[in-house]
Design a protein around this ligand. Structure first.
Ligand code: ADE
Length: 244
């Protein structure tokens, strides 16, 4: 997958992209990320990328010309049939695990990071294919949301994770929250790890984990149960949980 990030703060996001799974995915050649400075495409001696809003009001608005120039240049280098041009914005559709799964199928993603006050609407009207929000709160710019989305998408690319099963076991992969995890020592600070996990009995472990995932989801995010795909065994467990 080719992923381009257009930003006025390249130095702020580059270190994160080098670390952990994102760094490894690039080393393995699964993902190529280019961080591109929007100012490079801005005209004039001052490389001005923003201007005061028409109609007045606070803040600055990103000018359309540098963004149009940048998008034209960057996308021309990856002429795949479908190019996703993504604008992180609190006005966008909510980015979920399903969105991450859809975007993980794409060959080319371009994230345009704006400042909160906004981007000239003509960019959104004619360039953007997906305006996406990571939640109902306002961040200062699109850089953190772009990193959040790229992280979630990268985990789903084939061979990006060391252990193939770990993306499948993640919270939300089947619509439920994840079960609790434990490691050595068996007892810490008076708290014992659940005996079943140390029993070596695989089916009991599987059932315990499923029960915990269902219980957590029921207690913390009951809204998720409406869409989760549940087996007969799950439904029986859930009945038991709800009776408690
Ligand atoms: N830019 C500012 N706030 C945002 C949010 N919640 N999601 C996506 N982009 C944003």
């Amino acid at each position: 997958m080719q992923c381009d990030i257009l930003t006025i703060f390249p130095a702020a996001i580059t270190p994160y992209l080098k670390s952990s799974i994102l760094g490894r995915a690039q080393q393995k050649g699964i993902l190529d990320i280019r961080v591109v400075d929007l100012r490079f495409f801005a005209a004039g001696r001052h490389h001005q990328v923003d201007d005061t809003p028409y109609g007045g009001g606070p803040g600055m608005v990103f000018k359309p010309e540098p963004i149009f120039r940048a998008v034209k240049t960057l996308t021309a280098e990856y002429p795949v049939p479908r190019q996703k041009i993504i604008l992180p914005s609190p006005q966008g559709r909510l980015f979920t695990q399903d969105t991450a799964r859809e975007l993980a199928q794409e060959e080319y993603l371009l994230f345009i990071c704006g400042r909160y006050e906004g981007i000239d609407e003509r960019v959104a009207m004619s360039l953007i294919t997906d305006e996406l929000s990571i939640g109902d709160y306002v961040l200062t710019g699109g850089e953190l949301p772009a990193l959040v989305m790229i992280d979630a998408i990268t985990r789903l690319l084939p061979d990006a994770l060391g252990d193939k099963t770990s993306a499948q076991a993640d919270s939300f992969s089947d619509g439920l929250l994840d079960y609790p995890h434990y490691t050595r020592p068996p007892e810490f600070s008076g708290l014992r790890a659940p005996e079943v996990l140390m029993s070596g009995h695989h089916d009991n472990i599987r059932r315990w984990r499923r029960y915990q995932a269902l219980q957590r989801t029921w207690k913390r995010r009951p809204d998720l149960l409406e869409k989760a795909c549940l087996s007969e065994e799950d439904k029986q467990m859930l009945n038991e949980i709800m009776k408690k």
